[in-house]
Design a protein around this ligand. Structure first.
Ligand SMILES: C[S@@+](CC[C@H](N)C(=O)[O-])C[C@H]1O[C@@H](n2cnc3c(N)ncnc32)[C@H](O)[C@@H]1O
Ligand code: SF4
Length: 445
C-alpha cells in the first residue's frame, strides 16, 4: 500500500455502529418521544435488550468506553436500583410481551458486579421481559480479578456467550496502557466459563497501541490461539485525546505510525486466517462453524452480530436504543441518569427520528460494513423508488476514479481487497451528516 494512499483514505471517519452516528443525535428526541415509540411497538416485533454497566476497578488509558472508576460497591448498588426501576418503567410502556432473542450486558465492566448483583439484574430483566428459550445472552468481561463465584453466577443467570477483554499480552504494551493482565488469569477465566457450560468465547484485541509492533502482536495472537476462542475482535486503537482526557496519559511518541498500523492489521488478519478463522466485516474473526461466519451478519453498537431484531432496548447510563422509528440515548452522567429514573421517568436525553433517506443510507452503510457489497436488490425490495437516487450515487462512485477501492457489480459495486481496510471511508461517501457539526473520529485505518 502506497503511503500517499494510506494518508488519503485514513482520514478520521466514524466506526459506523449506527447511521446516523451518535454525535448527530439531537435533544428533539426526548423521553416523551421514546414513550410514544415504545407504545407503538407491535406484538410481533422481536426485542433485543442491552444493559450498560459504567464501572471499572481501574482506568485503562486507551479506553474509549463510557465508564468510571470505583473501588466501592455502594455506587454500583445504587446504580442497580436505578437499572431495576428503568427496566420496570420501560416494560410498562410496551403494550405487548414481545419475544426477546438477544441480551447483551456491556460497559464498562459488567464483571465488576458481585454474584448477587448478577443474579438480581438477570432476574429483573426476566421478570419484565419474555425471554425466548434459546435467547442469546452475552456479557463483556474484564478477566482481571474475576473469581469462580462470579463466573458461576453468570452461568446460573443464563449467560451463554462471553466477550473477554485482552487487548495485548506484551508487558511493555500493558505498562503503557495501564492494564496489567497475565495470560494465566485470562486462561483461568476462559477455562472456568467453559467448565460452567458457557461455550461461546470471544476475545477482544487492539492493534495500534503504544510500543506494539507486528512481532509483539504476533506473539499475543499466538497465545490467544492456544485459548481457541470462537470469535476474535481486533480493533484499531482509536486515539482521541482531545475528547478522552485519560488518553493523554498515553505517550504519543510510542504509538505506531499509519504504515505500521496498517501492517499490523494485515499481519494479524493473515495470521488469524491461516489459523482457520473466517474474516467477518472490518475487524472480527470467527471459527468457520460459528454463527457469525455462517449466518447473515448485522452491525450494531456492540459491533458485528447475528442479531437482526428491529427493536433494541437500551438500559443504563449512556445506553442507546433503536426502534423502527429511530434511535434514543439515555443521559450519560450516572447521577443524571439515576435522577431521571428515580423520578419514575425514562432517561432519554437525545436521539434521532429516521427519515426514509436515513433508512436507505443506513442500510447501505450496514451492508457495506458487513458484506463489502452495495445492496442494490435489497434496497429496491425494501424502499422501491426511494432508493433510486442512492443507487445512482453508487453507480457514479463505481465508474469514477476511486484508486481501485471499489469495482462495478450490476448497478452498484463491490469493495476490492484493497478497499476493505478503507471501508469506513467508503461508507462516509454515503453519509449525509459526515463533516457536519463538531464530531471527532479516529483514523480510518
Ligand atoms: C467494554 S470493553 C470490554 C470489557 C472489559 N471492560 C474489558 O476491557 O476487559 C470493550 C472493548 O473495546 C475496546 N476498546 C476500548 N477502547 C478502545 C479504543 N480507544 N480503541 C479501540 N478499541 C477500544 C477494547 O478491545 C475493549 O475490550
Ligand atoms: S477497556 Fe474495559 S476495563 Fe478498561 S477502562 Fe475500558 S471498559 Fe474498563
Amino acid at each position: 500500500m502506497r503511503p500517499e494512499m494510506l494518508k488519503k483514505y485514513a482520514a478520521p471517519v466514524p466506526r459506523y455502529t449506527s447511521y446516523p452516528t451518535a454525535p448527530h443525535f439531537s435533544p428533539k428526541v426526548d423521553a416523551a418521544t421514546y414513550a410514544e415509540w415504545l407504545r407503538a411497538t407491535s406484538a410481533d416485533t422481536p426485542l433485543s435488550l442491552y444493559a450498560h454497566v459504567p464501572f471499572c476497578k481501574e482506568m485503562c488509558w486507551y479506553c474509549g468506553c463510557s465508564t468510571k472508576v470505583t473501588q466501592r460497591h455502594e455506587p454500583i448498588a445504587r446504580y442497580l436500583n436505578a437499572l431495576e426501576k428503568e427496566i420496570a418503567t420501560v416494560s410498562r410502556h410496551l403494550p405487548h410481551a414481545n419475544r426477546v432473542g438477544h441480551v447483551h450486558w456491556g460497559g464498562g465492566s459488567p464483571s465488576i458486579l458481585e454474584a448477587d448483583d448478577i443474579l438480581r439484574l438477570a432476574a429483573a430483566l426476566k421478570s419484565h421481559f419474555n425471554f425466548a428459550p434459546d435467547a442469546e445472552f452475552a456479557v463483556e468481561i474484564d478477566p482481571r480479578g474475576l473469581d469462580e463465584e462470579r463466573i458461576a453466577a453468570f452461568a446460573k443467570a443464563g449467560v451463554n456467550r462471553v466477550s473477554i477483554g485482552v487487548q495485548d499480552f506484551d508487558e511493555a504494551v500493558q505498562v503503557a496502557i495501564n492494564r496489567m493482565q497475565s495470560f494465566e488469569q485470562t486462561e483461568f477465566v476462559v477455562r472456568t466459563f467453559r467448565a460452567h457450560g458457557v461455550r461461546s468465547i470471544n476475545i477482544d484485541l487492539v492493534y495500534g497501541l503504544p510500543h506494539q509492533t507486528r512481532s509483539t502482536l504476533e506473539q499475543t495472537l499466538q497465545r490467544v490461539l492456544t485459548l481457541a476462542p470462537d470469535r476474535i475482535a481486533l480493533f484499531g486503537y482509536a486515539h482521541l485525546p482531545a475528547r478522552i482526557t485519560h488518553q493523554r496519559l498515553i505517550d504519543e511518541a510510542a504509538l505506531p505510525d499509519m504504515t505500521e498500523r496498517f501492517a499490523q492489521a494485515n499481519r494479524a488478519t493473515n495470521r488469524l486466517t491461516q489459523a482457520g478463522y473466517v474474516t467477518v466485516g472490518l475487524d472480527h474473526f470467527a471459527l468457520p462453524d460459528d454463527t457469525l461466519a455462517t449466518g447473515k451478519v448485522h452491525r450494531n453498537f456492540q459491533g458485528y452480530t447475528t442479531d437482526k431484531a428491529a427493536a433494541l432496548i437500551g438500559f443504563g447510563a449512556s445506553s442507546i436504543g433503536r426502534l423502527p422509528q429511530g434511535y434514543v440515548q439515555n443521559a450519560t452522567p450516572v447521577a443524571d441518569y439515576e435522577r431521571r429514573v428515580e423520578n419514575g421517568g425514562l432517561a432519554t436525553v437525545r436521539g434521532h427520528a429516521m427519515s426514509t433517506d436515513d433508512s436507505v443510507r443506513g442500510l447501505v452503510i450496514e451492508r457495506l460494513m458487513c458484506d463489502f457489497r452495495f445492496p442494490t436488490e435489497e434496497l429496491r425490495e425494501r424502499f422501491g423508488a426511494d432508493a433510486e437516487s442512492v443507487i445512482e450515487e453508487a453507480h457514479m462512485l463505481a465508474s469514477s476514479e476511486n484508486d481501485d477501492l471499489v469495482e462495478p457489480e450490476g448497478e452498484g459495486f463491490r469493495v476490492t481487497e484493497k478497499g476493505r481496510l478503507f471501508i469506513r471511508s467508503i461508507c462516509s461517501v454515503f453519509d449525509s451528516y459526515f463533516g457536519q457539526g463538531t464530531a471527532t473520529h479516529s483514523s480510518g485505518v
